[in-house]
Design a protein. Structure first.
Length: 540
């Protein structure tokens, strides 16, 4: 899509309108200002409409290619949405060439899920199961078709991850099957997973509990809640054979560093697994609590492992072994990481990390808008943000502390400058107030009351105060001095004091010499009138 000079001009004008409205709308005063704002809003709408039209024309006259073939909109195209839909309608079937295998509409999918929760048999299930080819007939009885089609694809992915000692989550399955060549909908993936559970080919682990029945209340809760389904993990449902016991022995060595005492007795293996899991559970749970309390990354890895460990402690011997075989890599990672975290995250280190987070959340948002910031500081902030996002952040704490320290030093320098400038301004203002005629004649208590805002300004604010507040306080010093001086004059002069407000004469601005003469003449006439009435005039 080619951008033209006209598009560039309209973009600039639209940006100008947005900026002036953002600056002036909140402080709108006076009828003329409100009129100008109304005119600017109309100008903004006009530029927005023109820009939309130009961009629409640019898109419709642009070029689109897919796999070397020109897919550009036709000469008669007038609607960008329809043109895009036409292009995608041609190319998406080629990108997502397996989409039709699990193409089902939302309401149909929901009916299928509800049926699996409650149906006593697979006879009479909603039409979505037939449309997706999920069922086949076996000796006059409906059974799930798992040897081919969408169910096989989902089961293959679960078994593939289990063979690596990992348990895929609902989030993993949904994300993987949303990619090309599938493009399958989230609810369709959920229906396929629940079908495998109903077929007895997989087990689910949700909130530390093993689910092997599609009709249980716990399964319904986990599958009907999007977040719980994403967090749940799945593993193939296998019987205990010698190969499974051998896998448990190998996984036990890798995870805990020692050997099983008896590899021929499933009950003994399950007991030793639970013994080791129980020994590690408290430390892993403690580390998880620490990560949550301090808002640190890596929670999902520890949480997933802890859920598998709880399922092993609560389930049957067979379930404990199969769970361990499909999740020992996850548990091993959690055990190693928990040990490293316990050693690395001492109280001083946690304090350093919190300081680093404060540097990013408070100091850097202010500094990046300031002038005179070295490019190196921006690079440090970027690296610090990246380090704090890593699950292995605890291995880079020295670097985190260095980057945070650089941000803190620059912020502290500017804070101290703003603090001192505020104190100096109020000290000068207080000294000037003491020179106002009549000040020394006022009672001490009255002087303290009048000077209170200036005296408060001389006192440093807490280091938690934002720098913009310090600067705004400094800027307000002049107005507070004028207000205090006016009060002194009022106390001394009483009713003789009269103010002439210049804004009423110059508020709308001066454009010509004639306007200037008229404004000055008006001020002179008002001052003359007040002086003639015996008043002392002050200009405001």
């Amino acid at each position: 899509v080619a951008l033209s000079d006209a598009i560039d001009r309209e973009t600039v004008e639209l940006y100008r309108s947005k900026e002036i409205l953002a600056r002036k709308e909140r402080e709108a005063k006076g009828e003329q200002t409100l009129t100008l704002i109304t005119d600017e809003r109309a100008r903004q709408r006009r530029h927005h409409e023109v820009l939309r039209s130009l961009l629409r024309q640019a898109c419709l006259s642009g070029r689109a290619y897919f796999r070397g073939n020109d897919r550009s909109p036709g000469d008669n195209a007038v609607d960008v949405g329809k043109a895009a839909a036409g292009i995608l309608g041609q190319v998406l079937p080629e990108v997502f060439d397996r989409f039709k295998e699990a193409a089902a509409k939302g309401p149909e999918t929901k009916k299928g899920l509800d049926a699996l929760y409650t149906a006593e048999s697979l006879q009479g299930l909603p039409a979505v199961f037939t449309e997706l080819g999920l069922l086949r007939d076996e000796r006059g009885k409906a059974v799930f078709r798992i040897e081919s089609g969408p169910l096989k694809e989902v089961l293959d992915r679960i078994e593939e991850r289990a063979n690596y000692g990992e348990t895929p989550s609902g989030r993993y399955l949904a994300d993987e099957l949303a990619k090309e060549p599938f493009g399958w909908d989230f609810d369709v993936v959920r229906l396929l997973v629940l079908s495998l559970l109903r077929a007895g080919r997989i087990e689910a682990i949700s909130k530390g509990q093993t689910l092997d029945s599609a009709t249980s209340l716990e399964t319904r809760d986990s599958f009907s809640n999007n977040n719980l389904f994403r967090q749940a993990s799945f593993r193939p449902k296998r019987g205990i054979e010698f190969a499974e016991l051998a896998r448990a022995r190998q996984g036990f060595r890798e995870t805990f560093g020692n050997d099983l005492r008896d590899i021929s007795n499933p009950a003994a293996i399950a007991a030793q697994l639970r013994e080791e899991i129980a020994r590690k559970e408290d430390s892993i749970a403690s580390v998880l609590s620490m990560l949550v309390a301090h808002r640190l990354p890596g929670i999902s890895v520890i949480e997933a492992a802890l859920g598998q460990m709880k399922a092993m402690l609560r389930g049957s011997d067979e379930s404990a072994i199969t769970t361990f075989n499909s999740a020992h890599k996850t548990i091993q990672e959690a055990v190693l990481r928990a040990a490293e975290l316990e050693q690395a995250l001492t109280e001083p280190r946690l304090h350093d990390i919190e300081r680093a987070r404060q540097a990013l959340e408070i100091a850097w948002p202010f500094l990046k808008e300031e002038s005179g910031i070295a490019p190196e500081l921006a690079s440090r902030a970027e690296q610090l943000e990246e380090l704090l996002r890593r699950e292995t952040f605890y291995r880079d704490i020295p670097a985190i502390e260095q980057h945070a320290r650089a941000l803190e030093l620059e912020y502290t320098r500017r804070f101290d400058d703003a603090q001192q400038a505020r104190i100096d301004a109020y000290q000068v203002a207080y000294d000037q107030l003491n020179q106002v005629p009549g000040w020394s004649e006022l009672p001490e208590e009255t002087c303290r009351e009048i000077a209170a805002p200036l005296l408060a300004g001389k006192e440093p604010l807490a280091r938690t105060a934002p720098i913009p507040l310090l600067r705004s306080e400094r800027d307000a010093c002049e107005a507070r001095l004028k207000s205090a001086a006016r009060r002194v004059q009022e106390m001394i002069e009483g009713e003789r004091l009269a103010a002439v407000h210049l804004e009423s004469y110059f508020g709308s601005g001066i454009e010509t010499v004639e306007q200037l003469d008229a404004a000055l003449s008006g001020v002179r006439e008002e001052c003359t009138r007040l002086i003639g009435a015996g008043k002392k005039v002050v200009l405001a």
